[in-house]
Design a protein around this ligand. Structure first.
Ligand code: CUA
Length: 192
């Protein structure tokens, strides 16, 4: 029967090295955790002391029935003041309208809300990106440079149908859009 050699000097040295490495690693992890906690505290205090300046709320119970987000008012519109405004609703598991038309090369303002859960969207690889929270109106203005079609997926997990929730955005030449949006028409590209 062979016996295992008792802990000799080299083995003991390896253990010392291992313990030192563990200790170093625990210090690194400790520092990372402390930094993350500090970030949470700082951002929490920052947001608590400087809340968003423009919060627009909306009654979820009447969103479909009256006001800006009734179905006949959804889609893209050329406002009386010349602005292009896209109004949309997110719900489990679709966007209304499911196909949005916007002009290229001019500012487009999105106004959207959600009726049930938190949703969100991003338009292709553009910077058009927002969350849609029930009870709140999300709005932002962006300009699409290139014409073409982009996918607009929901990017906030909203339930079992989340991955199938997406819309399309057609970016058309400004002149084409302005022709279609004339007379206050609500424009979309949903096939009916
Ligand atoms: Cu809607 Cu994810």
């Amino acid at each position: 029967m062979s016996t295992i050699a008792p802990a000799s000097a080299p083995a003991h040295g390896a253990e010392t090295v291992a313990v030192a490495a563990e200790r170093r690693w625990s210090v690194v992890v400790g520092v990372i955790i402390a930094l993350l906690v500090l970030m949470m505290v700082v951002t929490g205090l920052h947001w608590a002391s400087m809340p968003p300046s423009r919060v627009e709320t909306i009654d979820v119970k009447t969103v479909h029935l009256r006001g800006e987000f009734v179905e006949s008012n959804l889609g893209s519109a050329l406002e009386a003041d010349g602005r292009v405004v896209v109004r949309l609703i997110a719900q489990q598991y679709s966007f209304v309208p499911a196909c949005i038309v916007v002009p290229a090369g001019m500012p487009v303002t999105f106004r959207g809300t959600a009726t049930d859960a938190i949703h969100g969207f991003i338009v292709g690889r553009t910077n058009a990106n927002t969350m849609l929270v029930p009870g709140f109106v999300a709005t932002f203005t962006t300009t699409f440079r290139a014409t073409g079609e982009q996918l607009m997926p929901c990017h906030e997990y909203c339930g079992t149908g989340h991955e199938a929730m997406w819309a399309r955005v057609q970016i058309v030449p400004a002149q084409e859009f302005l022709t279609r949006a004339r007379d206050g028409e609500r424009v979309d590209c949903v096939s009916r």
